[in-house]
Design a protein around this ligand. Structure first.
Ligand code: SF4
Ligand code: SF4
Ligand code: SF4
Length: 384
């Protein structure tokens, strides 16, 4: 007889990922997997607005991003005028045609704040992260892709070759009989065309440059963004290293559903049952990340009768969201029989994709084991 254990569930996720078991010998990456670390001490000047006064400069940049974080900022509606009133916007490629060279020409630390969304998966994004770090007093990882690696970070179960194989060969809609792949350099009559280097490993922003603040969410909640903007406008910033635009609870703490510590005999996908809108989803067999996720969104997904997927990242005091979640899964399984436990776990078709949906790069696992060449690439990037 055995209880479902965190080790067992974690082992299952790791086997799925190729970290041990039948898919071959693997080890964890040697690259740092530390949780967000504070950047250098910030002596931020209070933003000054108004006629005749120099406004502090702000930059907004998107790296490996879906654009949703940009839309979340735009959806501040009239509050965005507070940003425009209090700050001089020097870079916001999604909205206006700024030139990188103009930002490069600015003195170091002349930008008060950079809101950086998206993960780092190519050389252009890394260059911008390093350049904006040099130019900025305060660097904020805006959104889950930047703070934890996010959805793009799930590519860390593969590498550049694997991603390109799917994108340019394997998908049913691909029509590429000559097997054309992106090239770093291509000559045309007008001159040389270049593309950034696509990396094997996706990284969160703090794995590339020091970061002062982390604003989680996919995208961050509109009310929370407004509160962050308000704090910035008032010069009311917390200590560097803080998670802002969130709270110190879990999503479960904010969730109004009834919790009765019920156990389950099966897990279901959301389309397989119609859940009771009043009862805890986990206790109905629907995987919900609420207990392993930082609060701040007012349990938004739960109010739509959908489970939390974990976009606000690990809760306070937790370094690894996935293992915390798998521990909760183990505690809710209603069986002592190994065979039955195995059958129940079969109802989780993608444990890694659920447990690390928003934070694989910043997790303890970080990525599938890398071939030596990939490790060298990451090592070179980290030391540069
Ligand atoms: S955090 Fe979410 S909304 Fe923001 S860029 Fe990433 S995927 Fe898009
Ligand atoms: S597990 Fe999900 S449904 Fe249950 S209380 Fe927590 S957030 Fe609500
Ligand atoms: S409920 Fe979970 S997935 Fe939904 S917005 Fe909140 S933290 Fe993100």
């Amino acid at each position: 007889m055995s209880e479902p254990t965190i080790a067992g569930l974690a082992g299952r996720a790791m086997r799925w990922m190729g970290l041990g078991g039948a898919k071959g010998p693997v080890t964890l990456s040697g690259e740092g997997t530390a949780p967000p670390q504070p950047g250098p001490s910030v002596q931020a000047k209070e933003p000054q607005g108004g006629e005749g006064m120099t406004k502090p400069k702000i930059a907004l940049y998107w790296a490996a991003s879906c654009g949703g974080c940009e839309i979340a900022v735009v959806q501040l509606y009239e509050k965005i005028l507070d940003v425009a009133n209090a700050f001089e916007i020097v870079l916001w490629p999604c909205i206006m045609d700024f030139k990188y060279k103009d930002v490069e020409a600015l003195p170091d630390k002349s930008i008060f704040l950079t809101l950086f969304n998206g993960a780092i998966r190519n050389s252009e994004q890394e260059h911008l992260a390093r350049m904006l770090r040099e130019k900025s007093q305060v660097m904020a990882a805006f959104g889950s892709c930047s703070a934890f690696g996010g959805i793009p970070g799930l590519a860390n179960v593969s590498d550049r070759q694997g991603v390109f194989d799917v994108s340019y060969r394997d998908t049913p809609s691909t029509d590429n009989p000559e097997g054309t792949r992106p090239q770093l350099s291509h000559q045309v009559p007008e001159g040389e065309l270049t593309l950034p280097t696509f990396y094997d490993t996706v990284r969160a922003l703090h794995q590339v440059v020091p970061v002062e603040y982390f604003i989680p969410g996919c995208p961050p909640d509109k009310k929370q963004i407004a509160a962050v903007v308000q704090a910035l406008v008032e010069g009311n910033l917390p200590p560097p290293g803080s998670v802002i635009g969130a709270n110190e609870k879990t999503v479960c703490d904010e969730c109004p559903r009834t919790k009765e510590e019920k156990k389950v005999k099966a897990f279901y996908r959301t389309y397989e049952i119609i859940p009771d809108p009043e009862q805890c989803l986990m206790e109905q067999g629907i995987l919900c990340m609420g207990m392993a996720t930082r609060g701040g969104c007012d349990a938004a997904c739960l109010s739509a009768n959908m489970p939390c997927r974990g976009c606000y990242g690990p809760p306070p005091g937790s370094t690894d969201q996935g293992t915390k979640f798998l521990s909760a899964v183990a505690s809710v399984i209603d069986s002592q029989d190994p065979a039955e436990i195995e059958r129940i776990l079969e109802g989780i078709p993608d444990p890694l994709g659920i447990a690390y949906m928003f934070g694989l790069p910043a997790s303890l696992l970080r990525r599938r084991r890398m071939p030596e060449a990939v490790a060298a690439e990451v090592g070179a990037a980290q030391s540069s």
